[in-house]
Write a protein that binds this ligand. Structure first.
Ligand SMILES: [Zn+2]
Length: 298
């Protein structure tokens, strides 16, 4: 009970700071940052549509869209990432500066960055719906590994599309079935959200997700228990978020440059292409190279 109360306090504190517990999707709180116009402390995006049956999958059909853009931005080239120097990951202790996140013995580990001295960062892209039609061409041009936290309902409708992305170096991981605010669900509901997509991902992509990202970055101790029940080992948050081409957030960090081990959050949305190109330039300027997150979380 004591732990539950602590978790509630943490979640309530996060809500107080970010207003993230209002009716989703939450509006990110903007904080002035030196050299950066805004800092977003919650996942800033619109929740995906929930198809109830196959007929509704048509809303995701990218071939039915008229491209609004034609130009693929220039992106820097990178050397191959180094051979991973895997270190033991103990998990974050100060997510959002609010103290240690919930932890239960033997349950999943919460990470927001990777402990490494190697000059690598990790690119992650969330959700999967509402994609820019240039996304494929850009990923093909960039040739760097990314981790996609894919919503289950989107996967169900668009497995061929994401298999194509997998061939470009992307790894698909778990982002719930329906994209809810997890602390609003009980243990059974959270278990359903996490366990539900697992066998389908195995069948679609040839591996069972080992990583999970909670929608809006919100979770509680039940989330970690549900993850353990579903055999998902790491809850992945982020240190840097990119909302659009001009806005990059570094929550609770004094410096405003990328650092080795950073996990960078992006979304498939209308400004993804510009955001992705901007991030790659910043990674290059920092003397870093993108590496695959799964190689460092084993
Ligand atoms: Zn999301």
């Amino acid at each position: 009970m004591a732990k539950s109360r602590v978790v509630l306090v943490v979640v309530a504190s996060i809500c107080a700071i970010t207003a993230a517990c209002a009716t989703p999707p939450p509006r990110p709180r903007a904080i002035a940052g030196r050299g950066m116009p805004n800092v977003h402390v919650v996942e800033p995006h619109v929740a995906p549509i929930r198809p109830k049956d196959a007929a509704e999958c048509r809303v995701y059909d990218p071939t039915g869209r008229t491209p609004r853009y034609t130009r693929i931005p220039d992106v820097p080239s990178f050397p191959p990432p180094p051979r991973p120097d895997v270190q033991e990951v103990h998990g974050t202790t100060s997510w959002l500066g609010l103290g240690r996140p919930p932890r239960r013995p033997g349950s999943a580990i919460v990470v927001d960055r990777i402990p490494t001295r190697q000059k690598v960062v990790f690119l992650t892209i969330d959700d999967g719906s509402d994609r820019d039609p240039r996304t494929d061409a850009l990923l093909r041009k960039a040739k760097v590994p990314v981790t996609v936290f894919l919503v289950g309902t989107v996967q169900r409708c668009e497995t061929p599309y994401f298999r194509g992305m997998q061939r470009l170096g992307a790894r698909m991981e778990n982002h719930t079935e329906f994209h809810p605010l997890m602390p609003r669900r009980g243990l059974t509901g959270q278990r359903r959200e996490i366990c539900g997509p697992q066998p389908r991902f195995q069948k679609a992509f040839g591996h069972r997700p080992q990583l999970f990202r909670p929608p809006y970055g919100m979770f509680n101790a039940d989330t970690l228990t549900a993850m353990s029940d579903c055999k998902v080992h790491y809850l992945v948050l982020w240190t840097v978020s990119v909302h659009d081409r001009r806005t990059i957030g570094y929550p609770h960090r004094r410096s405003h440059t990328l650092e080795p081990g950073d996990i960078i959050l992006m979304h498939f949305q209308n400004d993804f292409v510009e955001s992705y190109a901007t991030v790659l330039k910043l990674v290059k300027e920092a003397g870093l190279t993108p590496a695959l997150l799964e190689d460092y979380l084993q």
